[in-house]
Design a binder for this molecule. Structure first.
Ligand SMILES: C[S@@+](CC[C@H](N)C(=O)[O-])C[C@H]1O[C@@H](n2cnc3c(N)ncnc32)[C@H](O)[C@@H]1O
Length: 291
């Protein structure tokens, strides 16, 4: 019998401590040396700083992509990526976790709608909002629905950026599987989505028309500037401490005076004052004006 799946035990000596790809008692996929060599070869090809992510996170992703690639060794995998730009682009897209949801942490969206947004809208005639690491757009479109309910949709520019091209294509289309909208109430589903066949739901054109998406690497490219609200949720959890700080400094620079950064439901900015933020409420940080 022949098997076509990936080879699970490379020929090199196993390390004492398991690394990426270990599932239960299964032997580890790669030695640390193989991983280092792979990262060194691939990093310049992809232009993404893999060292900025938590090592376990990035190594798990490499392991998953390796398993899908149908190659035998990491060195073969690097050869494939070097030779085939399409496979390389797919690899970059697959490097990060893209899980997203509408109305993730509903109580925080409630707080945004009842306290943070009214204050911002009172101070500014027009709001610029940036969803940094927007994935398939659920976060930005959640905000679109909230703003529509506040009668303020025509007073905002909504911008979503992400590293992952495939997610951005989905965000632009605004078309979701029925299983992807569990956080949306039946009332909102009826108001903002049109069924496309049995399984698909298309977001309202007035919200899509307000939204612009583009590819951007948060770690190496210039941020959006003069933002009144930045949503960066469930992105920094994958980064190492140094990159996390770099990003927070970047967001401070990207915010207009009085602007607010909305972070994920498990995130806290330690040392927020030194980074130039006041804590407005848990998960909401306002650009402080004291320097
Ligand atoms: C877990 S998703 C979170 C999506 C959304 N913010 C939410 O909370 O539902 C993380 C997103 O961050 C993106 N991401 C990771 N590293 C990035 C980087 N360096 N630049 C831009 N986007 C990045 C991933 O592609 C992914 O879509």
């Amino acid at each position: 019998m022949t098997t076509t799946g990936p080879r699970f035990v490379p020929s090199t000596v196993r390390p004492a401590t398991p690394v990426a790809g270990t599932v239960g008692a299964r032997p580890p996929l790669f030695t640390p040396e193989e991983l280092v060599a792979f990262k060194e070869r691939v990093a310049p090809l992809i232009g993404v700083d893999v060292g900025a992510y938590k090592p376990r996170q990035i190594e798990r992703r490499i392991a998953a992509l390796f398993c899908r690639a149908g190659v035998k060794t990491l060195s073969d995998f690097a050869d494939v990526l070097q030779a085939d730009p399409r496979r390389l682009a797919d690899f970059v897209d697959g490097l990060t976790i893209n899980v997203s949801e509408f109305f993730r942490n509903p109580e925080k969206w409630e707080e945004l709608a009842t306290t943070v947004l009214p204050a911002l809208l009172e101070r500014h005639a027009h709001l610029k909002v940036w969803s940094a690491g927007c994935s398939m757009g659920a976060e930005l479109y959640t905000l679109g629905m909230v703003l529509a309910e506040m009668g303020a949709l025509d007073r905002v520019t909504l911008i979503g950026t992400d590293l992952d091209r495939a997610s951005l294509v989905r965000a632009e289309a605004g078309l979701y599987g029925a299983h992807e909208v569990p956080g949306v109430s039946p009332e909102r589903l009826a108001r903002y989505f049109t069924p496309e066949g049995n399984q698909q739901r298309l977001l309202a054109p007035e919200i899509r028309a307000r939204s612009r998406f583009y590819r951007q690497d948060l770690l190496s490219e210039e941020p959006e500037l003069d933002c009144h609200l930045i949503l960066c949720r469930n992105v920094v959890i994958y980064l190492n401490e140094e990159s996390k700080l770099k990003l927070y400094r970047q967001f401070r620079r990207a915010l207009a005076p009085g602007g607010v950064l909305f972070v994920g439901g498990t995130e806290r900015i330690f040392g927020h004052r030194e980074l130039g933020f006041d804590l407005l409420a848990p998960f909401f940080y306002q650009r402080s004006e004291a320097s």
